[in-house]
Design a protein around this ligand. Sequence first.
Ligand SMILES: Nc1ncnc2c1ncn2[C@@H]1O[C@H](COP(=O)(O)OP(=O)(O)OP(=O)(O)O)[C@@H](O)[C@H]1O
Length: 614
Amino acid sequence: MDSKTTPKTRSEQQDKTTGNHAVKLATWKPSPLQISKPSKSEPTTPRTLEKSVLTSTPKHTDTVVLTDPKLNQHHEGSTDLTTGKVPANITKSSEPTNLSLKQPTQQGDPVELLQLNGTAGLEGSGDQEKKNSEQSSIKDSSASAKVSDGTSSLTKTSGSAKISDRADFIESRKSSTCRASTSSDVSDESICSRLSSRVNKPHKANDSRWEAIQAMRARDGVIGLSHFRLLKRLGCGDIGSVYLSELSGSKCYFAMKVMDKGSLASRKKLLRAQTEREILQCLDHPFLPTLYTHFETDKFSCLVMEFCPGGDLHTLRQRQPGKYFTEQAAKFYVAEVLLALEYLHMLGIIYRDLKPENVLVREDGHIMLSDFDLSLRCAVSPTLIKSSNPDCETFVRSNAIFCVHPACSEPSCMAPTTCFSPRLFSSKSKKERKPKLETGNQVSPLPELVAEPTDARSMSFVGTHEYLAPEIIKGEGHGSAVDWWTFGIFLYELLFGKTPFKGSGNRATLFNVVGQALRFPESPVVSFSARDLVRGLLVKEPQHRLAFKRGATEIKQHPFFEGVNWALIRCASPPEIPKPFEIERLPGPVASTSQKVTPATAKGSDNYLEFDFF
Ligand SMILES: Nc1ncnc2c1ncn2[C@@H]1O[C@H](COP(=O)(O)OP(=O)(O)OP(=O)(O)O)[C@@H](O)[C@H]1O
């Protein structure tokens, strides 16, 4: 079975819950959740959720949803692209029959037409581009993006059900300098969108897909929905559906996330969509998605990203003997995830949703971390904590962090953070002085820079039950250390085929996360260093957790990763290379072609030899 069509539900771990399963935590009460900045288009008055109800949706039993009982406005499911409606019964079942996405539009044509009443992409600015946009709008409205039937693949409404709106309480030592945008402008071309179309992605220089998009843009002025053929629905998350799509005539394939703006607005998820888009615009890393372009129609907001034909790590794990990875394979995947997290942290992004379902496998077997709508953006202030100059004294100092509300951060605020000149903290009071750094086994002659948001704090209750950090559950406020907790759970799951604190239900799981001691199963047998790393990461108090002070550097130096060549990891052989994705197997107009999406057809996209991040 094609992994892309395999339901992403954690079948062996799912709770047999139907309907919302309210969880009240008896022994502690999540701290009041406050909204720091009400958004104009999402007029949520600051509120206190003293009796917050944690619910798990049947569609995503493994993901936490914090519902404000007063608002009671959380809806699950994705919009039917044909009707533009959210299927009414989608919360009751994850059966494919509930997801009739398309209606036949042409008799005898197995390919259904997806009428997307689109206006052109909104990239670019200025009169000429507006003109183009208008012309294109006319063109688009008469054009139809084709989508295959793919009914057999619509077996899953995958993805995580998440907090219906972002309500991050931001503990900020300095107000953000970013534009305080409102989500009402999401349908318009935001400053970020304009920036993004010009964002330089140096690592995409040899990417044929990148070139194809640029060529199309140069030719037509703007890129819109009419430039793509939607071939198959790959999956569906909480804020949109993802389609395998071809840039018409280019044989370049992409994953296009299509979000219904009306549905986002009514479900108060515009901010999440905006957050994801703005984060994607910033990324240029081998283990993170490339956003090739973004455009909007009257009805939809579309993100065009790299397509990963290898499925996700959850599905891949299920296919392993014993449903767990060998230690070697696990090491490979977590090492790549670690680099992705490190890069995100350097950009001031706390990921907050690490789980195997969100780790996709590229055509070359390397990974791609996906799904950024729960991420939190902060401003980071890189700090040099260890100088290469032996005469310089070394100090540990947490870097100053300023969280920014998801609605008021933009790439221009974040991107330069990696380029800051590091501050070297010289002599301070003796109190602040730490005699020696714990540098693990390695003695590095290189300067050591912490550019991660180790001090960031948010009060949101986000994530997936089994992956939630204790400080999130307890509502104590959380920072980047939550990513190291989830990293520990992730490693544990890859190694043992299950998560460590899973209870009989979501409520029990949350209690276990907070109160239960970490235990390891007797089998499979896992090395001491692997268990030691997991132990270091799954420390309940974030301040005592591995990587709390110095971020990913601490983890990289752990003996578990001994021998890993961090700089050349993307040249390492992956444990498994996915079979070429066969376009001919898809129903619809492409069925007659024998085109395969292989590394050959996406030539140049993975020319990672010139690796200069690390
Ligand atoms: N770049 C991609 N390549 C291949 N498949 C993808 C890609 N991005 C997403 N998918 C598939 O589409 C599904 C939906 O992805 P999406 O990011 O919309 O939702 P999600 O990860 O389930 O989370 P959320 O609910 O936060 O949106 C994923 O489960 C995955 O199977």
